[in-house]
Every structure is written in structure tokens, then in C-alpha cells.
Design a protein around this ligand. Structure first.
Ligand SMILES: [Ca+2]
Ligand SMILES: [Ca+2]
Ligand SMILES: [Ca+2]
Ligand SMILES: [Ca+2]
Length: 394
């Protein structure tokens, strides 16, 4: 009986102990869990993309994007934009969404897109597309965006958008030669971009240059021209512009935009752009090599200098191929490198335009005169070749 009571006693004590341990552990956990959901960074909303000035009555859509910080994106209650006219009268309101463009929205459809145009959901970036149809007349309008979380709200700075009729910028006075020779020296080109609207209400915001192939395909990324003052915009062309492009007529096309995102007519010019083959000089290889005895091999480096008008960026391959003494049989094509990888290619200095490869003469090689054809090819497919020779003697 005593034994039973003792066991029961122990059991009760053990149970109490386990409960105590568990509750302490739970208190520990709950202390962490009950940490308030207050933001670590300040709760704030800021502009990522403001609308440009809008052409009166135009239905063209432009993105408005804000970024809400300091709070988990899914915890944001709503993000709402308001539009006021110059008398501070609110004339429109609509929501921005962080929904990856997934849903149709029905608010403010007279001037807002049904879809948000948002890229990634729950990344804290809220978007909507708007057009100029909110404005019953021309004028300046104030945009603000407010984000709500719980009882709190925060607001962006004001953004002023002009709604007016705008004339596109006009381009003239292009200085660009008809021919760009292979390896031309750096050349500044320029043109005049003027917005006919009053300078107080509109101006040129960007001028870009696009390059088109003879077949009309856009080549590379557009180049933004720099403002040079007095309405002039320019950029410096360098010889590497022609990397990978064969000699032909290319079209350079220029366009300017204004604060209303109105685009000028394109000002274009056809230019003959030349791209010559790489240059090969200074081939080095021994005049004579003694045929090695059986089981031995003779190694030696072969080098050649190679460069290209369009910079080394245009060089696609430098190689050698040997024509054997029978003048019929070709050895395999061997690529030379300017990589400084001495252990692999034998090249001592990377990027010094000296291309190198270690080659071998075996006891089985024929005696006689070997002709080495050095070849280089650029990315436009232009090829060059020089020949040097060596005797394999007994
Ligand atoms: Ca988003
Ligand atoms: Ca304009
Ligand atoms: Ca070239
Ligand atoms: Ca080298």
C-alpha cells in the first residue's frame, strides 16, 4: 500500500514537474509570439513612377507606381490616389494594387486601367495605369497617394501633372558623316532638338539614337544623347560601334520626347559603316626544328600579333594550320590565344595582342618544309591570312 502511494506520489510530482517545464517553455514561446506586429522600419509610402505630363483628352495610359515600406505588403489595407485641380478641389480618386495584374478593378474606369499593370504581387509596389481623361480642361493637377494600415495612414509627396495640348519636339541640324571608316577616331555627333511649346510649360526631356541594319532590324540598345546646351544634343561615336557588323549602309535614326511624352518625327540618315578584317603581323616560329629521336617530342611556341580596327572585341578567332611538306596534307586547325594562360596556351601576357600556342614536332613527322597559315576572323566574318614556314631537319 505504501509502495502504491509512493508510486502515485512520484507520478503526481512528475506530472506537476512536466506541466511546469511545458508552461515555462510555452511562456518563452508566447513571449516571442506576442511581439507586436509593429513595423521595424517606419511605415511609409513613396513614388516609384509618377505620371508624365498628359496630352489633353488623350487615352494613352501611363503607369503610376508607389512603394509601401515598413510593413508586410499583405498587411496594407488600401492604397488610394487622389487628384486635385489647381483650386485644391478633389476631382478624382482611385486605388493602386499589388496584385501582379491578376484582377479587374471597377473603380475610376473613365481614366484608369481595369488591370493594375503591377508586375509582382505582394512586393510592396502598388500600381495602376492612368490617362488624361480625368481632366475636363487643361491645367495643372496635384496627385497624392495615401496608404492605410490599421488606423494609420501615410502619404506621398505631391506630384504635379500638366494636362495640355502639346506639340512634339522638332529635330534639325544633324551633324553625322555619310561614311564611318573602319577604325574611325572618336567622333562627336549632334543635332538640334527644340520643343515649340512655351518653355514655361514644356521642354525636351530626352533624345535617343537607334541603329538599324541594312535589312531594317534594330541593332543593340538605343543610345541616349547628352544635352550640350542651346537645344543641342550629342554623343561620341567610337570605332567599336561596328563590332560584329559587316561593311554596309546602316540607318541612324533620332527621336526626341517632351514632358508630355510626345515623340518627334524620326530624323534618319544612312551611313556607310566600314568594318575591315583583323590585322596579322609578326608571326614568330623557329626557322628550323630538328626531328626529335624516337619517344621524344619537341615543343615550341608559335605567336602572332593580331588586332582589329573595331578593337579586340571584334576578333572572333586567331588560328594556325600547317601544310605538310607534301604540300597536299593539312594538319589540324589550332587556335591561338591571348589569354595569359601560360600553362595551357603558352601565352605570357593576356590582352597584349600577342596570340600564342605551344605546338609539337613528333618523331613521326615528315622531314621538309612546313608552311604555317596564320588566320584571323572578326565577328563580321572578315578574314585575313599570312603565311610563314619552318624546316624540319634530321
Ligand atoms: Ca507589386
Ligand atoms: Ca511639346
Ligand atoms: Ca573588324
Ligand atoms: Ca598575349
Amino acid at each position: 500500500m505504501t509502495l502504491v502511494i509512493n508510486s502515485l506520489h512520484k507520478y503526481i510530482l512528475l506530472t506537476i514537474f512536466i506541466i511546469l517545464v511545458l508552461s515555462i517553455a510555452w511562456m518563452g514561446c508566447s513571449r516571442e509570439d506576442s511581439t507586436p506586429v509593429s513595423p521595424t522600419a517606419p511605415f511609409e509610402v513613396s513614388w516609384e513612377a509618377t505620371p508624365p505630363n498628359l496630352v489633353f483628352q488623350s487615352a494613352a495610359y501611363y503607369p503610376m507606381i508607389v512603394s509601401v515600406g515598413g510593413i508586410a505588403p499583405e498587411a496594407v489595407d488600401s492604397v488610394k490616389a487622389t487628384i486635385e485641380d489647381s483650386t485644391s478641389q478633389q476631382i478624382g480618386a482611385f486605388h493602386l494594387y499589388d496584385d501582379a495584374n491578376a484582377y479587374e478593378h471597377a473603380d475610376a474606369l473613365d481614366f484608369c486601367s481595369p488591370h493594375s499593370d503591377d508586375l509582382v504581387s505582394r512586393d510592396g509596389k502598388f500600381s495602376r495605369l492612368i490617362n488624361a481623361r480625368f481632366a475636363a480642361e487643361e491645367g495643372h493637377f496635384i496627385f497624392r497617394v495615401t496608404a492605410w494600415f490599421g488606423g494609420e495612414s501615410v502619404q506621398t509627396t505631391e506630384d504635379t501633372v500638366s494636362v495640355a495640348l502639346s506639340v512634339p519636339p522638332q529635330l534639325s541640324n544633324l551633324t553625322l558623316p555619310d561614311t564611318l571608316e573602319s577604325g574611325f577616331s572618336p567622333l562627336q555627333i549632334s543635332l538640334l532638338a527644340i520643343d515649340p511649346d512655351p518653355p514655361s510649360s514644356d521642354s525636351v526631356t530626352s533624345v535617343e539614337m537607334k541603329l538599324y541594319s541594312p535589312g531594317g532590324a534594330l541593332l543593340g540598345d538605343p543610345t541616349q544623347l547628352e544635352p550640350l546646351g542651346n537645344g543641342l544634343y550629342g554623343t561620341t561615336l567610337t570605332a567599336d560601334l561596328a563590332v560584329g557588323y559587316s561593311s554596309d549602309l546602316y540607318t541612324f535614326a533620332f527621336r526626341a520626347r517632351d514632358t508630355f511624352d510626345e515623340e518627334s518625327d524620326s530624323l534618319g540618315r544612312q551611313v556607310y559603316m566600314e568594318n575591315l578584317a583583323p590585322y596579322l603581323t609578326d608571326a614568330t616560329l623557329p626557322d628550323t626544328v630538328v626531328l626529335p629521336p624516337a619517344t621524344d617530342t619537341t615543343y615550341f611556341p608559335i605567336t602572332v600579333r593580331c588586332w582589329d580596327d573595331q578593337t579586340v572585341e571584334d576578333i572572333s578567332q586567331v588560328s594556325i594550320q600547317a601544310l605538310k611538306p607534301d604540300t597536299v596534307t593539312w594538319g589540324s586547325l589550332v587556335e591561338l590565344f591571348d589569354d595569359g594562360d601560360f600553362d595551357y596556351s603558352g601565352d605570357e601576357v593576356a590582352g597584349d595582342s600577342v596570340y600564342t600556342r605551344i605546338v609539337a614536332i613528333y618523331p613521326s613527322n615528315d622531314l621538309g618544309l612546313y608552311q604555317f597559315y596564320f588566320r584571323a576572323e572578326d565577328k563580321a566574318g572578315n578574314q585575313s591570312e599570312i603565311v610563314d614556314s619552318l624546316w624540319v631537319i634530321p
